[in-house]
Design a protein. Structure first.
Length: 418
């Protein structure tokens, strides 16, 4: 039985595995390395985060993105976006050098067992571990507006469903959303000859400013410091002090996690959108139905009025909603035992342990607990070191003989112990 089973091999899973291996733990990692970046993002996209804020984490800081870029003969510069395919290659390089092997099979089921947990792989093998770190990324949590749900995938898809956009050449596509995924997807579609429009619920688009120079007068740096989530003291707090963020009242944490760093386009994609993409502001899809050749969208304006348009395909770039109920690989009894916050996401302790002892969570699903940094690669560094300390504590503590407390709407199975 392993000390730690890491489910997921993206930036968070690989970083956790690196820290766990360095701590001498018996660790096993499952998942296709950097799958979201390799299989669910179209060619031509760029990393929105600054290169220096996009490192995966190993304890010694040896396997940074700038080191990889230098290895490839590139230079990672402040305010110069990194192509996503380069970032995906960096993750694979990190996995080869900082992680003790990755099993690329998918874990399809995770359940409690005597002494810990058992994971079942896609081909039926069962693997046991005393603790588990669930780092499943964002893909289980895709959010599509209610009006578009139920339509077939040839008419409606999520922006994360596309490794390429070639199938839409010469067609008519409507992208729903006003964030980076929507705007960059629309720009790429327009540049390949697709007739594309963006449907935005807000009355205007927000664009991130060009970041200030890395080196600048001290008084300007003091007024608006750099951080892994952008300049400014508020962003600095979110990015660099997740442990303090967790001490905020739950209602405040949940609100900030949902609203901070809202939909916005990167400065470097703005001209590409404004020059070539039709943008319909202040509109929301209220009904959708199939019609010959595509889908008919009925939209309502925020300030009154309705409009109808027909399109060949809708891409919903409408983000993700991380809740306990979407953790489908957990067995029903284990899933039911996870205490949740007001947003439906599982609660986590100060070291990322869920309410079920030995089950640790990482990434987007912990944003309500540790803040907006958990939505970005930058959060992996804090998560990896903190979570592995929690795993080591749990392994030392072992079963304490106390019953797991009942949680909201949950049933505690007979014999469940912490």
């Amino acid at each position: 039985m392993y000390d730690l089973l890491v489910v997921g091999a993206g930036p968070y899973g690989l970083s956790i595995a690196s820290h766990a291996a360095a701590a001498g733990l018996g660790v096993r990692v499952f998942g296709r390395p950097m799958a979201s970046w390799r299989d669910h993002m179209p060619d031509g996209m760029f990393l929105k985060s600054e290169p220096w804020a996009s490192n995966l984490s190993d304890p010694e800081g040896r396997w940074r993105l700038d080191v990889f870029c230098a290895f490839r003969g590139m230079t990672a510069r402040h305010a110069e976006p990194i192509p996503l395919d380069v970032f995906a290659e960096y993750g694979l390089w990190f996995a080869r050098n900082a992680v003790p092997g990755v099993d690329e099979r998918t874990v399809t089921r995770l359940a409690p067992c005597a002494g810990g947990f058992e994971a079942v792989t896609e081909d039926g093998e069962t693997v046991g571990a005393r603790t588990v770190a669930l780092a499943v990324g964002v893909l289980p949590f895709t959010e599509i507006p209610a009006a578009l749900r139920g339509l077939p995938p040839d008419l409606v898809s999520h922006s994360s469903h596309h490794a390429g956009l070639d199938r839409f050449r010469g067609r008519d596509v409507t992208v729903v959303g006003g964030g980076q995924a929507a705007l960059e997807t629309a720009a790429l579609l327009a540049e390949q000859g697709t007739r594309v429009r963006v449907l935005v619920r807000a009355d205007r688009l927000d664009w991130n400013d060009v970041p200030p120079p890395w080196e600048r007068p001290w008084w300007r740096a003091a007024r608006s410091p750099h951080s892994g989530l952008g300049p400014g003291w508020r962003n600095w707090f979110y990015a660099e002090r997740p442990g303090l963020y967790r001490r905020l009242p739950e209602r405040t944490r949940v609100r900030i996690a949902a609203d901070a760093l809202g939909p916005a386009g990167a400065w470097w994609v703005r001209e590409r959108v404004e020059r070539r993409v039709e943008v319909l502001l202040g509109r929301e899809v209220v009904r959708a139905r199939p019609v010959p050749g595509g889908v008919r969208l009925e939209t309502a304006a925020r300030r009154g009025g309705a409009a109808v348009l027909e399109t060949g395909h809708v891409i919903a770039a409408t983000g993700f909603r991380a809740t306990r109920d979407r953790l489908g690989l957990l067995s029903p009894d284990l899933r039911a035992l996870l205490a949740t916050g007001t947003d439906g996401a599982p609660e986590v302790g100060p070291e990322f342990e869920s309410s079920y002892p030995g089950l640790f969570l990482a990434g987007l699903i912990t944003a309500a607990g540790f803040g907006p940094a958990m939505r970005f690669v930058h959060g992996a560094t804090f998560t990896a070191g903190t979570l592995v300390r929690g795993v080591r504590r749990r392994l030392r503590t072992g079963p304490a003989g106390r019953r797991i407390p009942a949680v909201r709407g949950a049933r505690v199975p007979v014999g469940a112990r912490s």
